[in-house]
Structure formats: C-alpha cells, structure tokens
Design a protein around this ligand. Structure first.
Ligand code: ATP
Ligand code: MG
Length: 291
C-alpha cells in the first residue's frame, strides 16, 4: 500500500520535473528563433535549428501530457475496485446481514456510506476528465438542439434548488442547433447549474439564459451567490481548485467540475467567460459555434 503510494507520487514528480524542463527548453528555443540573427552568424541555419528544436520539444511535451492522462486514468481505475468492495460490505452491514446494529453503529456506517459516495464521485470525475483530455470523447459529434438539454438539466436541478430555497429563472429561445457530444453537453449544464445552486444561499436566484446570437449559441448561468474573490478567479479552471470563501464556508466540492467544463467547451471550439463579484454573484457565459 505504502509502496504504491510512493510510486504514484514519484511518477507525478517525475512527470512534473520533465514537463518543467521541456517548457524551459521550449521557451529558450523560441527566444533563439525570434532573435534577428538566431544567436548565430548564419541566421537562416540558426533559425532552422531552433525551429527543429522547438518541434522536438513540443512533441516531447505532448508525450508527457499523454503519460499524465494515462496515469490519472490508471489511478482512478485502481481506486474504484477497492471502493466498490468497501461500499458493498458496508451495505451488507447496514442491512443487518452480520447482526442487528445499535444506533451508534448505524450512525458510524452512515458516515462511511456518505464518504464512500464522495470518493466515488471524485474518482468518477477524475476518470471523465482524463478521458476527455485524452481525446477519447472528442470524436463524438451529433446534431443536437440545446433546448432539450436545458429542459432536462433544469428538471434535474429543480429539487436541489427547491430544497435550498433558491429561485430558478429561465429564458430559452430556440431553436439552438449545435454539433456536440450529448453526454458532454449534459455534463456542462449540470456542472454550471449545480455550482450556481450550491454557492447561492437561500432566497437567492439562479438564472439560465440560452439563445442564438449570430453564428453562436450562448448559454449563460447567473446566480446571486457568494461569488469568487477577484484574485482567485484566474485559477477557476485548474483541477482541484476551490475558492477560499467556499472552503471557509465548508461548501462541499472537489474542484473538478469547472476543469471538465473548460475542457469540454474547448473541445467543441467554444469560449467560456466567468464574471464574478465576491458576495454579490457569478455569471458564467459559454459561446459555442452554431450548427
Ligand atoms: N457559481 C459559483 N459561485 C461561487 N463560487 C463558484 C461558483 N462556481 C464555481 N465556484 C468556485 O470555483 C470552485 C471550482 O468549481 P468547480 O465546479 O470546479 O468545483 P466544485 O463545485 O467545488 O466541485 P465539483 O464540481 O468537482 O463537485 C468552487 O469550489 C468554488 O469555490
Ligand atoms: Mg462544481
């Protein structure tokens, strides 16, 4: 167990060190290529050499990126198997298969169930992210209408919004034709809506707007929630990032949702902009090319 952990850490450290070295070399090669004389008395040859070096480094970086994605995917798979066994046995215990439980024992098992579920969700998100990053999903493109997706997502989030006493306001103007991966589109909508509801206290409002603007389909989710501190907003799409106010207020989350959303939007040739004021609210706008 301990050994596996160390091997995993070492692999990550090796990948990070190699990536850093490759990026540094890439920057140096670029600088040399940009200098008027290429840092050499025979300008064309020097520039050519620098360009070849840059090309090699670029493919090395790509290899490292693939290795990192493979690593994440393997670790996620390996974690899933023992977790399934833990959850299965806990359920047997809760069902009284090993004898009647007293209240204290049942409560402890409930905590195990809750945390197993959190761990399962985290592993699931890591697997999805590594698959999306490896390009495994990017080939899938179907003609879809965003309207149907929005309606489904709203129906799915409505109970959570009602429970949190957050009002839902929608403005959807179809048709909204896209060429997209349906599963990924569902994921984007659910991630944005669940964030908006999760980070908005009771009596707040979450809004969803979807419409066509020229050649683009615009999807905008707004909320009147806690917002994101200005200096932290640049890290929003980094894996496992959680804003300090969310952590302070113990709002649950793993920080993978927006990393997934960002990658999916990128894969679909779209753009995403987040505007947020701490204590006032957040607006996330996605623009995707219309079909
Ligand atoms: N609508 C929002 N209002 C306020 N803060 C937000 C909002 N959306 C995202 N954030 C901040 O950005 C962080 C990253 O969001 P992200 O969706 O990636 O992670 P998460 O919701 O914490 O976890 P996960 O989506 O993986 O369950 C959040 O933890 C929160 O701090
Ligand atoms: Mg989220």
């Amino acid at each position: 167990m301990r050994r596996d952990h160390t091997v995993g850490r070492l692999t990550v450290l090796t990948l990070v060190a190699a990536a850093t070295a490759a990026v540094t070399a890439l920057v140096t090669a670029r600088r040399a290529a940009r200098r008027p004389d290429g840092g050499n008395s025979t300008p064309d040859m020097a520039r050519l050499r620098a360009e070849v070096r840059e090309q090699n480094l670029r493919s090395r970086l790509q290899e490292l990126d693939t290795a990192k994605t493979d690593f994440m995917s393997t670790v996620s798979h390996e974690l899933r198997t023992p977790l399934t066994s833990i959850s299965g046995y806990v359920e047997l215990l809760l069902d009284g298969e090993a004898g009647e439980l007293n209240d204290g024992q049942a409560k402890m098992l409930d905590v195990i169930v809750r945390n197993s579920r959190r761990l399962r969700d985290l592993i699931e998100e890591m697997l999805i992210l590594s698959k999306i990053e490896s390009g495994a999903f990017s080939a899938l493109r179907e003609p879809v209408d965003l309207v149907a997706f929005v309606e489904r997502a709203l129906a799915e989030i409505a109970p959570a919004a009602a429970k949190a006493e957050v009002g839902l306001r929608t403005e959807v103007r179809g048709p909204l034709p896209l060429h997209a991966d349906p599963g990924q589109l569902d994921r984007v909508l659910m991630n944005l809506l669940s964030n908006a509801v999760k980070f908005t206290p009771g009596a707040g409002t979450v809004g969803l707007l979807a419409r066509r603007e020229d050649d683009e389909i615009v999807l905008r989710v707004t909320d009147t929630g806690m917002g994101i501190p200005a200096e932290e907003q640049k890290a929003l799409f980094t894996r496992f990032f959680r804003a300090s106010n969310a952590v302070r207020q113990a709002v649950p989350g793993t920080g993978l949702g927006l990393a997934i959303v960002g990658t999916v939007v990128d894969n679909h040739g779209g753009r995403i902009v987040v505007e947020s004021v701490e204590g006032a609210g957040t607006t996330v706008t996605i623009r995707l090319p219309a079909a």
